[in-house]
Design a protein. Structure first.
Length: 223
């Protein structure tokens, strides 16, 4: 089994574990933003299944259909994380900027996804939500420092979610920016797969941080 395929399958296992945690805490008292996190996790599972199917039974599936499913799931994931940030930034001075940025980014992501579906291009639509989510992370950290200086971060569920998003988007932005400059020639295909593997590892870490955030719900302070 190639390293790239192993990481995808391993990542699917981690996502499934995070889904188990989300189900376990489903009826427990928790912040409202966990509704968005749950949907994000479910979409992640579907995305992994689509990737595994594309890697192993691509001869059965229509390539365009696989790309459409992938881009649709990624767009909905971006929406869920955007709604998560709108929830935790609701009382922040950044809330109106965040709403405008999120709406604009979703439109741009949909437009780029259509271009990817209709043209033979190396544009990565995910670079838009990567950028926007990094901006939202900046909003959160700035608001956190100013308005919640006494918050115990180790017990803050929202902090661990944001930290995971920040790490994943930093890596994802770099990968999505770099990939178009690497050719699809046979001698560089392994390099492309290795770079994608780095992005997948970053996503795995994001889901591990989501699991950590669920564990924070056991503490009285979970904001």
């Amino acid at each position: 089994m190639k390293l790239h395929n192993f990481i995808v399958i391993f990542g699917t296992g981690v996502i499934f574990v995070s889904f188990i945690f989300s189900v376990f805490f489903l009826k427990k008292e928790k912040p409202a933003y966990y509704a968005h996190i749950l949907i994000f996790i479910v979409l992640g599972l579907l995305l992994s299944i689509n990737t595994i199917s594309n890697n192993n039974i691509a001869w059965i599936l229509n390539r365009k259909l696989s790309i459409f499913i992938e881009q649709a799931l990624l767009t909905f994931q971006s929406l869920m994380l955007g709604l998560f940030f709108l929830n935790i930034l609701n009382a922040s001075k950044f809330i109106f900027k965040a709403k405008y940025i999120l709406a604009t980014s979703l439109i741009l992501q949909c437009c780029l996804s259509l271009i990817v579906l209709t043209k033979n291009t190396e544009i990565r639509p995910s670079i838009i939500p990567n950028t926007v989510l990094l901006i939202f992370c900046f909003f959160y950290f700035k608001d956190l420092i100013k308005n919640k200086p006494t918050l115990v971060l180790a017990n803050s569920a929202a902090f661990w979610v944001v930290l995971g998003i920040f790490y994943s988007c930093c890596i994802g932005f770099s990968v999505n920016f770099l990939i178009p400059f690497i050719s699809k020639d046979p001698h560089t295909i392994d390099l492309r797969l290795q770079i994608f593997s780095i992005a997948n590892i970053a996503n795995i870490i994001l889901y591990l941080f989501l699991i950590k955030s669920y564990l924070c719900l056991k503490h009285p302070q979970n904001s």
